[in-house]
Design a protein around this ligand. Structure first.
Ligand code: SF4
Length: 424
């Protein structure tokens, strides 16, 4: 075998080689932001869950402060920024992404520290949480820039078709109004062909990500959270660009090679877990400790949710021909707006499809929308479906709220329970 053949042979090297390319892609995203400033191109802050595709379609450079907040956490700046925000009067219990952003702006932090530049305007939506809207209200006032917010009603189990259609039209109207808003602020015209191209890229990006998740059903699982926690960023910062599609295709190809060779991300896989919630960005290595028990996380609803094209009513044809209407449907069916009943059903299906032994639920002390109903979710999964669950108290960006040793002890006991179940 030649040296070249040896180097491409799949191995248990935990992280895919392709995922290493993520740093370059994200680096280029930040460079594009700098370039936009140099060229005087319009820029916008956007919250996750908002239609970032529409910004790309209007040639506006997006910046996602949540993404920047994770950079702060990874670089160990988030606690400092959070404490600065608290010194300004923002409560200990508020969202730590928000407080990281407040502290980063107050400190005039550079992008490498998770700072963000003053945008031409801000775009938020309450599709995931009200914090997004309030956060941008605070910051738009501080920067004195316009702020457009999209209100998204929540579909629940007894929502009627009539109500659903009303919601859809309500969002569609707001999206068309948002185009008017952008035309006024930026002077750019809406171009249908651009919108179609961006929508196609966004669709393709998401579909490859979903294909990668299909491979994670295989035993052993070819991909761990080393690839997915960071790998998710292009989905919400760059939906509409071609570049990340190539990266995801490379990840898929390499993972498929592992599957074909029967190679997993771990050398030995004894326990397959689901992790619900946002990871601890300040300590991603923490999740690597599961490997001491040959345990691997094979599915995360959070990282999967951002592949957004999950509603069977939203076909590729619709996305290409009616991108705005398709976006309204997608905003109504975003994973995180599911009511408890639908969430339980989705979890139950996922546990079966991905052959999951147990579920770790992150009771995120920052993110109440994500943690709301978690104890009910746990009770139903355990009592009605016999799915073992463990709730972990922590925070995605505030290291003060994770008790590392205590949590690890809890996980160890949980794994012991899973081990005993396997024996019986
Ligand atoms: S972490 Fe939770 S509360 Fe904070 S912005 Fe995200 S969804 Fe909203």
């Amino acid at each position: 075998m030649s040296a070249k053949e040896k180097s491409i042979k799949p191995q248990h090297n935990k992280m895919l080689n392709a995922t290493q390319g993520l740093k370059n892609i994200m680096g280029r995203h930040f460079l594009a932001i700098e370039q936009a400033y140099r060229d005087g191109k319009p820029t916008a802050w956007a919250t996750s869950g908002s239609p970032v595709e529409m910004l790309y379609a209007m040639d506006v450079q997006p910046m996602l402060p949540e993404n920047s907040a994770t950079v702060s956490a990874a670089q160990k700046y988030s606690q400092n920024f959070i404490e600065l925000a608290e010194a300004e009067g923002f409560s200990y219990d508020l969202c730590s992404y928000f407080k990281t952003n407040v502290g980063a702006v107050l400190s005039n932090a550079g992008m490498a520290e998770g700072g963000t530049r003053k945008p031409s305007f801000m775009l938020s939506t309450d599709v995931i949480c009200d914090t997004h809207v309030n956060w941008f209200q605070v910051q738009a006032e501080r920067f004195n820039v316009p702020h457009y917010s999209i209100d998204v009603p929540h579909v629940v189990s007894n929502t009627t078709n009539r109500q659903y259609n009303y919601f859809k039209n309500y969002i569609t109207e707001q999206l068309y109004e948002f185009i008017d808003f952008m035309q006024e602020v930026t002077g750019h015209e809406y171009n249908e062909e651009n919108a179609r191209q961006v929508s196609e890229n966004s669709w393709n990006l998401s579909k490859v990500w979903q294909d990668i998740y299909e491979l994670r059903k295989c035993i052993p699982c070819p991909i761990s959270t080393r690839d997915t926690f960071g790998g998710l960023f292009p989905l919400f910062t760059m939906p509409g660009l071609k570049e990340p599609i190539k990266l995801y295709k490379r990840m898929y190809k390499e993972a498929k090679m592992r599957v074909d060779e029967g190679i997993g991300a771990l050398e030995k896989e004894d326990f397959r877990l689901m992790f619900e919630g946002i990871p601890f960005w300040y300590n991603l290595k923490y999740f690597g400790q599961l490997e001491r028990w040959n345990a691997i996380i094979v599915y995360e609803p959070y990282t999967y949710a951002f592949s957004k094209y999950m509603n069977p009513k939203v076909t590729k044809e619709m996305v290409l021909n009616k991108p705005i209407e398709a976006m309204s449907e997608l905003m109504l069916s975003f994973w995180y707006v599911y009511d408890l009943e639908t969430r339980i059903k989705k979890f139950e299906e996922t546990v079966k499809d991905w052959s999951i032994d147990g579920v770790l639920l992150h009771n995120n002390l920052s993110c109440r929308p994500n943690s709301c109903g978690m104890y009910d979710l746990k009770r139903h999964l355990m009592d009605d479906y016999d799915i073992p669950c463990l709730i972990i108290d922590a925070d995605m960006n505030d290291p003060r709220k994770l008790n590392e040793t205590q949590t690890l002890n809890q996980i160890e006991s949980f794994i012991e329970i899973l081990r005993q179940r396997k024996k019986t």
